[in-house]
Design a binder for this molecule. Structure first.
Ligand SMILES: [Cu+2]
Length: 319
């Protein structure tokens, strides 16, 4: 951790200069040698911190759509975040849950969004004066066409045909006899605690399951961005997460197939600019092809899934 003392009195100047020279060697950034004032030192301090943690912050405005029962999650329809993501509706976790006190659906807010390599949170949440109705984003962009009915627990998973990251045909029925964990992702997802977290969790799960239940479980990550996520793109993505094709597949298909299977689990997604607004769904199917459980957020742990698989394995063996 670097601290730049900002007491700009003469007696401290030599100390500051010495520190700057050290910083120069630590951080070979152009312009550092020209630091002369307290303000500049402050600027450099925040840059140094940013480099250390790869943390980005953004000021964002939006309208609250929902406050979740956990007291810390708030769904916000937010405006575009320039150079980061398009306008979309998504849940955020408040760093200080008490900042949500007194807020309700429909409130216009401004907030600071902080993104690290693995997390995103918001703070400095301020209520804005209510926008006039014609300033609210149109509801019509959030239409959701339901062409299949969502699966209930115990329902059989219908057969779907996809193409995996190796260009091979895969069908949901080929995993009968194995437990099947399904999640949905798109490879360009910019939010570290969304699709990248699902893939990190599956990566951990794959390692654990391979030891606990070799060849008894398969993982399936389905892309809801088939136009971009070609088999080649999925292959590279799979490799980045250390996926072994033997027990973890990445699937793409026609937009209609993907929409249909997504709807079974309540996954919604919609292209917005160059990105996709979406929620999260991870599902577990038993070896008989029936739905066991659906996780509806990003808070599930690989351990929970492994425990649940252990349960259904025992039922299968016992019954
Ligand atoms: Cu995502």
């Amino acid at each position: 951790m670097l601290f730049v003392n900002c007491a700009c009195q003469n007696k401290d100047k030599a100390l500051i200069l010495a520190l700057m020279i050290r910083l120069f060697w630590l951080l070979p950034l152009a312009g550092l040698v020209s630091l002369t004032s307290c303000d500049r030192a402050h600027e450099r301090k925040s840059t140094a911190a940013g480099l250390a943690t790869n943390q980005q912050t953004f000021q964002v405005k939006g309208v609250i759509k929902d406050l979740k029962p956990d007291g810390k999650t708030v769904e916000i329809r937010h405006e575009e975040v320039p150079n980061y993501m398009p306008a979309m509706t998504m849940p955020f976790e408040a760093k200080e849950p008490k900042e949500l006190t007194g807020l309700k659906a429909g409130d216009a807010v401004s907030f600071r969004m902080t993104v690290t390599e693995t997390e995103v949170w918001i703070d400095q949440i301020r209520k804005l004066t209510p926008p006039r109705p014609n300033e609210l984003p149109s509801r019509s962009t959030f239409r959701f066409v339901r062409d299949v009915e969502p699966l209930q627990i115990g329902d059989p998973l219908p057969e779907y045909h996809f193409t995996n990251e190796l260009g091979q045909a895969v069908s949901t029925s080929q995993f009968k006899g194995q437990a099947l964990a399904i999640t949905f992702i798109f490879t360009r997802c910019p939010l570290p605690n969304y699709c990248p977290l699902m893939s990190r969790n599956f990566s951990m799960l794959q390692k654990e399951l391979r030891q606990q239940f070799p060849e008894k479980v398969h993982l399936l990550s389905i892309s809801f961005d088939p136009a971009h996520d070609t088999t080649a793109v999925l292959k590279e993505y799979a490799e980045n997460y250390g996926a072994n094709p033997k027990d973890w597949s990445f699937a793409t298909g026609t937009p209609a197939q993907i929409k249909s299977v997504a709807t079974l689990f309540g996954l919604t997604y919609e292209m917005q600019g160059v990105s996709i607004a979406h929620n999260l769904r991870t599902a577990l199917i038993d070896p008989n092809g029936r739905l066991v459980h659906v996780w509806k957020s990003n808070t599930w742990q690989p351990r929970e899934v492994a425990d649940m698989i252990q349960g259904i394995q025992l039922v299968t063996v016992g019954g």
